[in-house]
Design a protein around this ligand. Structure first.
Ligand SMILES: O=C(O)[C@@H](CO)OP(=O)(O)O
Length: 248
């Protein structure tokens, strides 16, 4: 028996369009992002990959993408669960900063370490910073020591995995087609785990906005085909290039 998992990064956000580091800042989708979410729903319908359950972050851009995609696929009625563990990587003091200006100020090496390395987090954000999540009602029940002030990809993987094992895998084992609608870096963490990508190689992996990535998983919850399958490979390739070149 195999299991079906669908990963979807939210459509273009307002801060993707403005080239700003976003992380946990709760920005909305652009009109282009909404269109990507609709297209995601069309692709799921055309390929008959219809989710039975969906997991998403507690951030608006993922929630709205999930709602639009499910609506278009006529699956608006399925159970949805949200968790902060699926949130984008907390970008620390870089949240709200322009990617190009950051690249110019700190240089290519530091910029890429912060952006794509496995274990180098950006500097912590100050609680008084306008883009801090300190005091945000949606994290009120979270033990204070779990609320990040910055994260590297390793931190994201460590907080994502408990949810993977405790919430997503049980749904897969029940034979459900499971959709996970999340973010560039939280999905990089999951893909690293699934495909067993090394700490070094993960720096070169980018996830495109709005193109469903389907994994068939075996009994040990490992991909039958490494890397899964993008439902629109051409759109995925173009969008991956765009993500890679942000800041340039
Ligand atoms: O700003 C962010 O939160 C992320 C995703 O949009 O950006 P990056 O691709 O640079 O990690």
């Amino acid at each position: 028996m195999t299991y079906r998992l669908v990963l979807l990064r939210h459509g273009e956000s307002e801060w993707n369009a403005k080239n700003l580091f976003t992380g946990w800042v709760d920005v909305d989708l652009t009109a282009a992002g909404e269109a990507e979410a609709r297209r995601g729903g069309d692709l799921l319908t055309a390929r008959d990959v219809l989710p039975d359950v969906l997991h998403t972050s507690v951030l608006r851009r993922a929630i709205r993408t999930a709602n639009i995609t499910l609506d278009v696929a006529n699956r608006h009625w399925i159970p949805v669960t949200r968790s902060w563990r699926l949130n984008e990587r907390h970008y620390g003091a870089l949240q709200g900063k322009d990617k190009k200006q950051t690249l110019d100020e700190f240089g290519e090496e530091q910029f890429m370490l912060w952006r794509r390395s496995y274990d180098t987090p950006p500097p912590e954000i100050d609680d008084q910073n306008e883009f801090s999540q300190f005091g945000d009602a949606r994290y009120a029940d979270l033990p204070p020591e779990l609320l990040p002030r910055t994260e590297c990809l390793k931190d994201v993987l460590n907080r994502f995995l408990p949810y993977w094992y405790d919430a997503i895998v049980p749904d897969l084992r029940r034979g459900k087609t499971v959709a996970v609608v999340a973010h560039g870096n939280s999905l990089r963490a999951l893909v690293k785990h699934l495909d067993g990508i090394s700490d070094e190689a993960i720096a070169g992996l980018n996830i495109p906005t709005g193109v469903p990535l389907v994994y068939e998983l075996d009994e040990s919850m490992r991909p039958v085909q490494a890397g899964g399958e993008y439902l629109d490979p051409d759109a995925a390739a173009a969008a991956i290039e765009a993500v890679k070149n942000q800041g340039r």
